[in-house]
Every structure is written in structure tokens, then in C-alpha cells.
Ligand binder design. Structure first.
Ligand code: HEC
Length: 160
């Protein structure tokens, strides 16, 4: 009995260490691969790239947040993006498909969960699918826009 409890404790400790290791790996990979454009603090760099810390965007996207970010890291992004009253236009993000799918999944989950507190994860399979068939930038923008429109409708309804 005692050894069972001990074993359970050991697993619990190992589990949380693993989770921490995963978050640390995400932080390192983010710094190595995304921070040059998006900033070490993910707050964006004027004239270069928008912020990735944007809690309302990911909240609005809900479960689609994983498809959206998986699509962007595999297909890249271009065209105009609005963040608050800031416009990001004529900027192009190149696909990040030189990175292994596992690593891209770790970074994407890190951006959602650790940077934005959004409880959605991205799997290596989602990244694989994006590598095989990268989504069109217009489709990604439509997804982002839909989340924004729905948010506006909800806000308008809340006001009425
Ligand atoms: C070479 C610069 C560059 C690098 C490196 C880069 N990005 Fe980007 N990223 C951009 C630009 C530029 C945009 C905006 C494109 C546009 O305006 O359509 C963008 C947009 C995004 C968006 C959409 C944000 C929104 O508000 O909808 C996400 C998500 C994203 N990048 C994630 C990442 C992640 C994760 C990494 C690291 C694996 C990364 N990017 C690496 C330049 C970069």
C-alpha cells in the first residue's frame, strides 16, 4: 500500500517535471524561431510582425485557435491584419516548415497556453496535415475574421 502511494507520488512529480520541461522547451523554441520577428515578449515589433500575445483573438477563435496557428506556421501569412486599432499591412510571414512537426506543435501550444492562457493545444498531426496541404492565406483570414464578426455580434447583442 505504502509503496503504491509512493509510486503515485513519484509519477505525479515526474508528470509535473515533464510539463515544466515541455513549457521550457516551448519557450526556448519560441525564442529561437519566432522572437526575431514577433519580439521576445511576443508583443510584436512595429513594421515587422504583429503581437502573438493577444488574448482576445485566441479566446474568440476558441477551438479553432489550433487550426489557425497550425495553418499559419505551415502555410505562412500575408495580407492585412488588424490588432486593436493597429494595422499590419504588406507584411509576409514565411512558412516555418523547416522545423520538425513536433517542435512546431510545441511552439504553437506554448503560444496558446503559456503566452495567452488559452487552454487549447496543437498536435504534431495537425502540423503534419498543414505541411501536406498548407491552408490558403485567405482561408486563414476568413477564420480570423469570422471570430471577430461573431465577437462583434455578441457585443452588439449584449448592448441591446
Ligand atoms: C520572418 C519573420 C517572422 C517569423 C520568423 C515568424 N513570423 Fe509569425 N508573422 C510574421 C508576420 C509579418 C505576420 C503578419 C502577416 C500578415 O500581416 O498577414 C505574422 C503573423 C503571425 C500570426 C498571426 C497573428 C494574428 O494576429 O492573427 C501567428 C499566429 C504567427 N505569426 C505565429 C508565428 C510563430 C509561432 C512563429 C515561430 C514558429 C512565427 N510566427 C515566426 C512574421 C514572422
Amino acid at each position: 500500500m505504502r509503496s503504491k502511494i509512493l509510486l503515485a507520488c513519484l509519477f505525479a512529480v515526474a508528470g509535473s517535471t515533464l510539463q515544466t520541461a515541455h513549457a521550457e522547451e516551448g519557450a526556448t523554441l519560441f525564442l529561437q524561431n519566432c522572437a526575431a520577428c514577433h519580439g521576445a515578449d511576443a508583443l510584436g515589433v512595429e513594421g515587422l510582425a504583429p503581437p502573438l500575445k493577444n488574448e482576445s483573438l485566441w479566446r474568440r477563435l476558441g477551438d479553432s485557435a489550433s487550426a489557425y496557428i497550425a495553418g499559419i506556421v505551415t502555410g505562412g501569412m500575408s495580407g492585412q491584419l488588424n490588432v486593436g486599432d493597429q494595422e499590419y499591412r504588406d507584411l509576409v510571414m514565411p512558412p516555418q516548415t523547416h522545423l520538425p512537426s513536433e517542435q512546431l506543435a510545441t511552439i504553437a501550444s506554448y503560444v496558446l497556453q503559456k503566452i495567452n492562457g488559452h487552454p487549447v493545444s496543437v498536435s504534431a498531426e495537425q502540423i503534419e496535415a498543414g505541411k501536406i496541404e498548407p491552408p490558403a492565406h485567405k482561408a486563414l483570414q476568413a477564420l480570423r475574421q469570422k471570430a471577430e464578426d461573431e465577437n462583434r455580434t455578441t457585443l452588439a447583442q449584449a448592448r441591446n
